[in-house]
Design a protein. Structure first.
Length: 194
């Protein structure tokens, strides 16, 4: 893997990509970023929560069905898949042209999740499966608080095992994400003018 921290370089990579993986802790804006990229790049957006993992009533699909659905999506020629699930990374990473990893401080993640819950309380947000209204509980908050310690090491292991030329764009704040999107808009604009 090749770590990319420069937003201009990241924009050039993403502009040329056909298959993108967007990862990060809950509340870091994976789905928002993926929808934005989908609109700008014309790539279909697949939400792991909506399209792969969850059934109505917050019932998790059986693991074989998750793997089957993921395999079908990654076999496509063009996509943006947002979601973590380290267990499905071996299916996704070999086909990805690039990875965007949102690694925000946990207090930012927690604050964003609480704001999202207040906004969508009792409703199903667009990137979630039907019949799964927004919820927040101690288990979910603990998952966010411990994400970097509990989940990130496994993600790093999968990324290190992926191909050596795989660009992994690391964005550490909303400010960096916005700078990246501005740089991408400039890149796309230059392409359209040329």
């Amino acid at each position: 893997m090749i770590i990319v921290n420069d937003t201009r370089e990241a924009a050039q990579i993403i502009k040329a990509s056909r298959r993108l993986l967007v990862m990060g802790c809950s509340g870091n804006g994976k789905s928002t970023l993926s929808r934005h990229l989908s609109g700008h790049l014309g790539l279909p957006h697949i939400s792991c929560d909506r399209d792969i993992f969850w059934l109505p009533g917050w019932k998790l699909r059986p693991r074989p069905e998750i793997a089957e659905r993921m395999s079908a999506f990654v076999a496509g020629d063009r996509w943006i898949i947002d979601g973590n699930s380290p267990g499905t990374l071996p299916l996704r990473l070999p086909r990805a042209d690039a990875v965007i990893w949102l690694r925000f401080p946990r207090l930012v993640s927690l604050t964003s999740v609480v704001k999202r819950w207040l906004r969508y309380r009792g409703k199903v947000r667009p990137e979630m499966a039907e019949g799964c209204p927004e919820k927040i509980d101690a288990k979910f908050l603990s998952y966010i608080w411990n994400f970097e310690r509990a989940e990130s090491p496994e993600i790093v292991r999968h990324l290190e095992a992926a191909r050596r030329d795989l660009p992994v764009i690391v964005l550490k704040s909303y400010r960096e994400t916005n700078r990246f999107l501005s740089d991408l808009d400039l890149e796309i604009g230059m392409t359209q003018e040329g």
